[in-house]
Design a protein around this ligand. Structure first.
Ligand code: DUC
Ligand code: ZN
Ligand code: ZN
Length: 470
């Protein structure tokens, strides 16, 4: 199979210039002006920017929570990703069994139906000497990142001593430690008090998870990493003070990095006061406009390296079916927490929204350059998580994951356009400008003008090497 992309403008993290792209056997085999290849299928990309397929470093597919399961599985979620121009995602492997390798096997069985390329981080939510032994061997299975939690007491949280120990083993083994940084103890106290006082509406989700807990826990977890001689990556940064803490370590040349997600840039906790506020419940919660502005600035000035999604959708009303691929589907969702915010499944759709929403509000508004956009949404996550240069760029030898991006295309966005398997979209009624017209996964056309030609199981399970510190 040979394809020649003619007349497009190729955007990478370093440059933006007219170039043709020749694709052979899933890879980019030549890149340059006026390429010729007699037997190649010609794809005319005139007027298009050609971006590397997006890399979403933080998604939750088929995740059990609050008595239900997140409504996108490894097929539907990756298909939705593709519609938004993302061709690689990194999911999480729960530590359901203490045995890390059994968990990887179980995850691979579920991920085999992915429609774009996929890998996973390993959650470490239980730690002992046996786990430590296995942890250092995770890279042999292509897993080079773990996630630990400073919140969710009695469930997912490790104490600081065990986080420190896990980071030390991880650092020695070339594994990056990602941290969910909130103050678990304070959250437990505040939730108990709120429930006792009958304060159960969605806004109390935010009020019981104060931002100062993240400021404190983000510095604490970076400090643990520094003491353990291990790099740290802060996930879903959502508060200005966290950006300050990350800037503090980075200014000192320490190996700390971070990510934020569109929901923290474009919404505030005020959404939780709406009658349908449950739609915006995720952990950590959204904060204020000033926090969003500081996060945006962190992306602009390089303090924050990655824009991911934390995609973890639930139906708003899972008693009412939607039509998905022509079939009625209803999955219990946010309604489970009617009358008690602690029972609302935490999480939001976003995997397909990320690129067009951020393009509209960052690149089209000339706040972020197209190359910076590519860096934040594809190249940096590929580098940090050990997928570069196979993923995250357009270069000879890279996988031919390409989004033909029309920067002039206006789309009235919402649940009808987004392909997530859920009944709502956070950006309902938003007018977006800049959207992918065609998406290719390793040279295969999988989306064209809103039509799906990808396959269940068409994605590859990716083994990752140790990543880079950016
Ligand atoms: N936060 C969520 O809101 N959902 C899934 C996991 C997480 O960290
Ligand atoms: Zn988290
Ligand atoms: Zn998450």
């Amino acid at each position: 199979m040979r394809k020649l992309f003619k007349n497009g403008t190729v955007v990478t993290a370093d440059s933006m210039k007219p170039a043709d792209i020749l694709v052979e056997d899933e890879k980019i085999s030549a890149l340059g002006e006026n390429l010729l290849c007699e037997d190649a299928e010609i794809i005319d990309a005139a007027g298009m920017l050609i971006l590397p397929g997006g890399v979403d470093a933080h998604v939750h597919l088929d995740l059990p929570m609050s008595g239900t399961t997140s409504s996108d599985d490894h097929y539907t979620g990756t298909k939705a990703a593709a519609f938004g121009g993302t061709t690689t995602v990194i999911d999480f492997i729960s530590q359901d069994d203490h045995d890390l390798f059994k968990n990887i096997d179980a995850w691979q069985a579920k991920a085999a139906k992915a429609a774009v390329d996929i890998s996973a981080h390993a959650n470490i939510t239980y730690y002992d000497d046996k786990v430590a032994e296995q942890l250092k061997d995770l890279p042999k299975a292509g897993v080079t990142s773990i996630k630990v939690f400073t919140a969710y007491n009695g469930r997912l949280r490790l104490d600081d001593g065990n986080i420190f120990k896990a980071m030390r083993v991880a650092g020695n083994a070339g594994i990056l430690t990602m941290v969910h940084a909130e103050n678990g103890d304070v959250i437990e106290v505040l939730i108990a008090e709120a429930l006792q006082a009958g304060k159960k509406s969605p806004i109390w989700h935010a009020r019981t998870r104060p931002g100062w807990g993240e400021v404190e826990a983000s510095l604490r977890s970076q400090a643990l990493g520094i003491m353990a001689d291990a790099p740290v990556y802060l996930v879903h940064m959502n508060v200005a003070g966290e950006v300050d803490q990350l800037a503090y370590t980075r200014e000192r040349g320490l190996p700390c990095m971070g990510e934020t997600c569109p929901q923290y840039l474009f919404f505030t906790e005020k959404e939780l006061e709406r009658p349908d506020g449950a739609k915006w419940i995720c952990s950590p919660p959204m904060r204020t406009e000033a926090d969003g502005a500081r996060l945006f600035q962190g992306l602009e000035n390089g303090t924050i390296q990655v824009l991911a999604t934390d995609h973890c959708p639930f139906f708003f009303d899972g008693s009412q079916p939607i039509l998905y691929e022509g079939q009625p589907v209803a999955i219990p969702g946010k309604e489970l927490g009617k009358g008690d915010f602690t029972k609302i499944p935490n999480g939001l759709p976003g995997i397909g929204d990320r690129l067009p929403v951020f393009w509209t509000h960052a690149v089209d508004k000339v706040l972020i350059s197209p190359s910076q956009f590519v860096a934040l949404t594809a190249t940096n996550p590929a580098k940090i998580f050990g997928l570069y240069p196979q993923k995250g760029t357009i270069a000879v030898g890279s996988d031919a994951d390409l989004a033909l991006w029309d920067p002039t295309l206006k789309v009235d966005y919402g649940v009808r356009v987004a392909q997530h398997r859920t009944d709502y979209n956070l950006y309902e009624g938003w007018q977006l400008k800049g959207f992918p017209r065609q998406v290719f996964l390793r040279g295969e056309l999988i989306v064209k003008d809103g039509h799906w030609s990808g396959r269940r199981g068409g994605g590859k399970l990716l083994k990752r090497k140790s990543g880079e510190i950016l």
